[in-house]
Each structure stands twice: as structure tokens, then as C-alpha cells.
Design a protein around this ligand. Sequence first.
Ligand SMILES: Nc1ncnc2c1ncn2[C@@H]1O[C@H](COP(=O)(O)OP(=O)(O)OP(=O)(O)O)[C@@H](O)[C@H]1O
Ligand SMILES: [Mg+2]
Length: 476
Amino acid sequence: MPRSVRTRLALWHTLVLALVLVTFTVAAWIFLQRLTEERIDRSLADAVTAFRQAVLAEVRANRSADDAVQDVAREFRFSGRRVLVYGGHHSLLAISDSTRDALTRAISAIDDADDSPIHPLFASLTPGRSTYATVSAGGQQVRGYATSFTVGDQSFTIVALATRKWEQAFLTSFLEATAISIPLALVLAGLGGYFLARRSFAAVVDMGRRASSIDSDSLDARLAVRNTGDEMDELATVFNDMLGRLERSFVMQRQFMADASHELRTPLASLRAEASVTLSSPRTTQEYERSLEQVRDDARRLSVTVDDLFTLARLDADEHILQPARFYLEELLMDCVARIRPLALDRGLTLDFHPGVEAPCAGEPELVDRIVTNLLDNAIKYTPAGGAVRVELETADGRHLVRVTDTGTGIPEDARPHVFDRFYRADAARTRSLSGGAGLGLSIAWRIARAHGGSLELTSSGPHGTVFTLVLPGVP
Ligand SMILES: Nc1ncnc2c1ncn2[C@@H]1O[C@H](COP(=O)(O)OP(=O)(O)OP(=O)(O)O)[C@@H](O)[C@H]1O
Ligand SMILES: [Mg+2]
């Protein structure tokens, strides 16, 4: 089987056409053969009827039956048909006038032969009945029709004969014509089919050629859409959409790598600078202690960022790697709040949570804890002293809603759509100097919520505070 789809299509197309044409020819051949046979038979019956009527007319005019038969036979002309009249004991009485044609020769051969093939015609003949038969003689096929009739007390048998020469020639011509036209039609159809397939597949071949030249450096390339609205255009559009998505995720990936290395470079540079400055001259014990504390803080920041990146990479690789365990969300929230409350108090804030419902969940509690910790960390970070942070838990429709509300500065309107973006900080300078956050907290929290089949949304934000809502599916 050829590998090219174009060739295969053209071959299939030709094969189907060949089957149709051959079936049609066979059917037409059978039909034509029947038709010509019927035509001959009808003309033979007509010849016999005409002959008998002519004889009867003569007899009515007071001629003897024998004379009438002889006369009518002499005068009888019926194109291409010969009539033979036999009397008792199958003796040939008369033969219609003949032109010197193939029929005459055939009939002479038939009649001269001892085992004349006309005789079997009589065998099956009973008075008043007729019979047809095909006999061959002198290399010719001769169709015969015999019938018997009586005039007075004399009985005669009339045999009409006709060669199938004309009909056979007609059928042979038909076969010759189809023998030439069918292969010709098949060759034309095959070539036509191949060129059509070639034309249709030209777009696919072109797409393949272009697609093979697209790599990660040329993801902005697109396949040509010819705007014909056909399947090829649809394919090109689908392919282009896919390239668009790939390009976007590549760009995001590159951006992420750039941001990640930037975030790691800063604390590393700070570490090196701190160590170099400290080592550049002899220091007092207190100075060494301060320097080491600085190094410890930088290292902590570094490890938090690396930890965040690791969590994101792990969830991006496969969110099904979660090992879900059953836990109670209200207990987890209580633990979180208890852990963070000292920090809030330290900053002059209140942190409230009053668990009212039982909220069984399935998931990795350590990861869900990260969401809540990040939300509380932000709330505390961005709320000035004297403010309040509140955690609420509700259960509805089999889902648990955790609302974290603060009375902080709020998120600027233009920053709201981006707070879940990786490395996004609404006010980089401010947040960096305050706490050194990398801008990963909310994106990790959002990713974890999604991996748990839930969601995290910024419900509202304004000058009087911000509300984030975490939704997690509950378990019975
Ligand atoms: N409760 C909030 N009030 C005001 N602004 C907020 C609040 N939560 C988040 N933001 C804004 O959204 C940005 C993104 O938050 P995110 O937690 O992702 O980063 P981050 O807190 O700056 O750094 P990280 O969480 O990695 O330490 C923050 O920089 C801050 O500007
Ligand atoms: Mg944060």
C-alpha cells in the first residue's frame, strides 16, 4: 500500500469507480441480451402468424392447402426471417423465398444434415402448441420457432428461423465499446482523483512544512489561513490557537525563570556583601553577632523563596501528586490563628476567629495551612497598627468558605487583577522594605486552592480593608 494519502485516495477512488462501471456493464449486458432475444422471438412469432394468415386467406379463396402453402412460401418476404413448412412425417413442403445470405447457407446446412437440429423442435411440439429453440449450424447461432396448425384435415408445422448475426454484432460492439471506454474512464478518473487529492492536500503539506520549522525560538510563527472556511482552514486555526497557548506558556515560563533568579540573586548578593564587609576588618563580638543575624535573616528569606518555588514547581508538574488526608478545617484555622496571633499583637492588631461549625475536608493540611498563613501574613503586613483582622468560617452546599477580612490599606484598583500573578507586588518598594516578600504568597495560595478542587478570590478591597475568600470542597 502506498504511503502517500493522495495516492491511496486516488487508488480507492479509481477502484470504487471500476467496481461501479463493471457492475453496470454486466447488468447492461444481461439486459441487452434479454432484450435482443425477446426481439428475435417476437419477430419469429410475427413471421409465423403472418405466414399462417396468408395461407388461411388463400385456402378461403378455394385453393388447396398444399398449393396455398407453396404459393405463400414463394411470395413470403419477412426481412431476415425464413419460414419452412413441413407436412406429415416432417417432410419439407415449402421454404420461403431466400436471398443468398448467411441464413440461407445456414438453413441449407441444417436441412441437409441427417441429424438436423431443427428436428428436436418437432419433438417438443404438440398440436396447437409452439416452441422456441436455439440451434447452431454452419458456425452460426440460429434461433428457431415452430408451431403447428391444421387446415381442413391436413396438419402443417411451420418453422421460422433467424440468425442472431445482427444481435451478436450489436452485443460485440457494446462489449468492445465498454472494453475501451472503461479503462479510459478509469485512467482519467485516477489521474483526476490524484490531482484533486494533490490540490486538497497541498495545504496540509504546506502546513507540515511550516510546522516543522517552528521551534521554541519561533513560537510567534503562525500557519497561513487562506480564509476559504474549509477544513484545512479550521485545522490551521486550531493549530495556530495551540501555538498561541504554547507561546503564552513559554513566555510565562521564561518570565518566571527570570523573576525567580532575580529573587534569589538579591538575598544571595546581600549575603555575600554582608560577609565581605564583616571580613574586611577585625570586628568586635557584637559586630560579628549583628552580622551573623543579618546573614541568618537573608538565609531565611532565601529559603522561604526556594520553598515557595519548590511548592509551585511541584503543583505545576502534577497537581494529582497530592496525598489527601481527612482533616477538620476549623481546627486547622484555630492552629493557624493561634500561631500568628502573637505577631498580630506585636504589630498592634487584633486577630479574631470564632469557629462555629465543623468543617471536614480532604487534602494536604500542610498546604491548606500555607494558604491561610499567607492570607493572614498579608492581612497583618498591610494593616496599620490599631486595625483588626478577622477570620470567618461558613459551610454551605457541601463547601467550606473561609473569609479573611482586614481593615488595612487595601489593594490599588489597577493591582487587583494581578495579585495572584507570580512575583507580583502591588508596591514592590514598600513591601520589600517592610518584609521582603517575593510576591509569591497569593499565587501559591491560589494554586494550592485549585489543586484541592477549590478556589481563592479577592472578594473586595478598598481604603477600609480587604476581603479574601477561600472555598474548599467539603467531605461527608
Ligand atoms: N490584605 C492585603 N491588603 C493589601 N494589599 C494586599 C493584601 N494582600 C495582598 N496584597 C497585595 O498583593 C500583593 C501580592 O501578594 P502576595 O502575598 O502574593 O505577595 P507578597 O505578600 O508581597 O510577598 P510574599 O507573600 O511572597 O511574602 C502584595 O504585594 C500586596 O501589594
Ligand atoms: Mg504575601
